[in-house]
Design a protein around this ligand. Structure first.
Ligand code: 5GP
Ligand code: MN
Ligand code: MN
Length: 337
């Protein structure tokens, strides 16, 4: 990775330097946590104008509404038009940045921090580590190289990012280095119980009932030729309206679905507009779902991927079935991404 160039890009900022931090659309814990944690670090360095934003309306999902540094968020429409440095977090491609992608092409330097294997390196300086469990791993290392010590605010942001992207330290990406980083973060005095309760274990009662209804219509499709079983469900805007819930509550829906022991692949199809769906895919290891997602216009990681789809639920799931047949593992040979 381009560590020296990244450090230089920050160090060479003018005294009145303006920095814009951006992350992917519908930001998750890693996108917001790595961005805000890094922003708080830059604030400690004395960077004068700091703005953080993401595409679309500035709505922070309730589970992430306790993150330190949220005061740095500025609506997309109100950000500095010619920053000296743009730093992009957790986005595999410019398509995940909406209209903010233009800012990367501006006069300033574009620095990209990410951990998606599919990242093409669309910045001027790219810190992309496909082996990193989260973008926050990259962010922590860059802060260390800049000589910024961790404080509780930075640590809480990076901890939320690390724990969300590792499924609370359950996924295979949870290496000794991940636990060592978690130890450094916890050593600042942050409270993992409180943080985890807000991030993972706090849901409006209406969302509990909505989950009940949507899980009740889940389908299990047994392993077909070479496939390893698919479990899937869908949620519509009407489901959300009837239970008076906001769309973000559905982000967590994949978790109970992917518990299904009989299926390797799990899928949740979430309506975002009439005829438009956000699709989440997960695998337990037998299938590279990023190949399915990429083939259908999206992206992601081997075990967690997604894409945007148009049409009916039946059409969307049929496209997924077709891709799963294409990428069915032959003999477990395709285990490495
Ligand atoms: P989730 O299912 O949690 O929304 O997304 C899982 C992963 O899939 C994300 O970390 C992201 O890498 C990828 N992903 C989800 N939706 C999209 C999409 O519409 N386009 C692309 N390129 N990647 C996506
Ligand atoms: Mn993300
Ligand atoms: Mn991530």
């Amino acid at each position: 990775a381009d560590w020296d160039a990244a450090v230089a890009a920050v160090r060479q900022l003018p005294a009145d330097g303006r920095v814009l931090l951006i992350c992917h659309v519908n930001p998750d814990g890693d996108a917001l946590g790595s961005m805000l944690g890094f922003a708080l670090g830059l604030r400690r360095l004395g960077v004068r104008l700091l703005q953080a934003t993401f595409p679309g309306p500035l709505e922070v999902p309730e589970p992430l509404s306790g993150l330190p540094g949220l005061d740095l968020l500025v609506p997309e429409s109100a950000v500095e038009t010619e920053p000296d440095l743009v730093i992009c977090f957790d986005a595999a491609s410019e398509s995940r940045l909406g209209d903010l992608a233009d800012r990367l092409a501006g006069k300033g330097t574009a620095l990209v921090l990410d951990h998606h294997a599919s990242n093409s390196g669309f910045g001027d300086v790219n810190l992309v580590d496909p082996d990193a469990a989260a973008t926050s791993v990259v962010a922590e290392e860059l802060l260390a190289r800049l000589g910024v010590p961790l404080d509780a605010g930075i640590a809480e942001c990076l901890y939320v990012a690390l724990s969300t992207d590792t499924g609370s330290f359950r996924f295979d990406a949870t290496t000794p280095a991940v636990h060592e980083m978690a130890a450094r973060l916890l050593a600042t005095g942050i409270r993992p119980g409180e943080i985890s309760r807000q991030v993972f274990d706090s849901r409006p009662f209406g969302a509990v009932r909505l989950f009940g209804e949507v899980l009740g219509r889940a389908r299990l499709e047994p392993a077909e030729a070479g496939g390893q079983g698919l479990v899937w469900t869908y949620a519509t805007l009407d489901d959300l309206a009837r239970h008076e819930q906001r769309p973000y509550v559905l982000e967590a829906l994949i978790d109970p679905v992917r518990c299904t022991a009989e299926a390797d692949v799990s899928c949740v199809i979430k309506q975002t507009a009439p005829g438009v769906w956000a699709v989440s895919l997960r695998s337990k290891g037998g299938t590279d779902v990023s190949r399915v997602a990429v083939a259908l216009g999206g992206g992601g990681h081997r075990l967690a991927a997604g894409f945007t789809a148009h049409g009916t639920v039946d059409e969307v799931i049929e496209r997924i079935r077709t891709q799963l047949r294409t990428y069915a593992p032959e003999s477990g040979a395709d285990q490495q991404g």
